[in-house]
Design a binder for this molecule. Structure first.
Ligand SMILES: [Zn+2]
Length: 289
């Protein structure tokens, strides 16, 4: 039976190849309920959500992975943040008319930025030019350029589900030298419909029936936003007291809406006064609430 919003991990026995598979239903609908995305932007965001859920699970860290696409095209920003506890959130921004097309046409020339943050504060960032027609190609290029483990992934999203399959070659000697090529080639035959619609057992049997696989107990994935009043305050502090007092004088209060989840944070003149009473406090460098 198809069980969505679960991250499945599997291993090709004796081949030092691992795999992951995810289908997002409820998680994806939480994101879709918060913005009316044109279909091509929606599908790109869904693919990015599936990819981030897969990639954060390959990291042996407590923390988060943030995938950003910044482009000059109609879809000028896409941000997905996935946490090691299975939480994920995402959004995309676009302008003008959106025509169906490839990622390069949607986002234009731009960058793919991957940021990995450990809970202890350590941070790694990798930036590659946005290349390829689809997100999986851009990500594969990122893996190749940042000299990480050979990784292939296949992604698909529509208005109902977002799904992805990942395989990764682990260090170590393979029992069968050709296994990585074979597993990659078989992965290439997967269709979007299969990714979104099949249960994990059927999908793996269909693709890899000649391989010996070990499937592990899945872990849940869910939409969750990490915004908080505290984080918004840190951002507002950077605006400065004068700027904020000006807005208060004009509008009576300052409203900040979290674009990931729609939560609204309001500040009046008393809040702003209190905020700057502790002036000189260090501010967080994170720009994503
Ligand atoms: Zn939020």
């Amino acid at each position: 039976m198809r069980q969505a919003d679960q991250l499945y991990r599997f291993l090709f026995e004796n081949q030092h190849i691992r795999g992951e598979f995810v289908q997002l239903d409820a998680t994806w609908h939480e994101v879709l309920a918060r913005a009316d995305y044109p279909a091509p932007v929606r599908n790109a965001l869904g693919e990015a959500m599936a990819a981030a859920a897969l990639l954060v699970a390959t990291l042996k860290i407590s923390g988060s992975l943030t995938m950003q696409i910044r482009g000059e095209g109609p879809m000028h920003l896409l941000v997905v943040q996935a946490f090691s506890d299975g939480s994920i959130r995402g959004l995309a921004r676009w302008r003008g008319e959106i025509l169906a097309g490839t990622l390069s046409r949607l986002a234009g020339s731009g960058q793919l930025v991957m940021t990995i943050e450990r809970e202890e504060g350590e941070r790694y960032q990798g930036i590659v030019p946005l290349a390829g027609e689809h997100l999986n190609e851009a990500l594969q290029l990122y893996f190749a350029q940042s000299e990480q483990l050979p990784t292939r992934l296949w992604l698909s999203a529509d208005g109902e589900a977002a799904a992805g399959l990942l395989i990764q070659a682990l260090p170590g000697e393979r029992e069968d030298e050709d296994s990585w090529n074979r597993v990659s080639r078989l992965g290439e035959t997967v269709t979007g419909e299969e990714l979104r619609g099949l249960d994990v057992e059927t999908l793996l049997r269909r693709l890899y029936h000649e391989e010996t696989l070990r499937l592990f107990t899945p872990s849940p994935v869910q939409f969750r936003c990490t915004c908080s009043r505290e984080k918004i305050i840190n951002t507002l502090r950077r605006l400065g007291h004068a700027e904020m007092s000006g807005i208060i004088a004009e509008r009576g209060q300052i409203d900040v809406d979290c674009e990931f989840c729609g939560a609204r944070y309001s500040f009046d003149s008393v809040d702003v006064g209190a905020l700057f009473a502790t002036d000189g406090f260090p501010v967080e460098s994170d720009t994503i609430q």
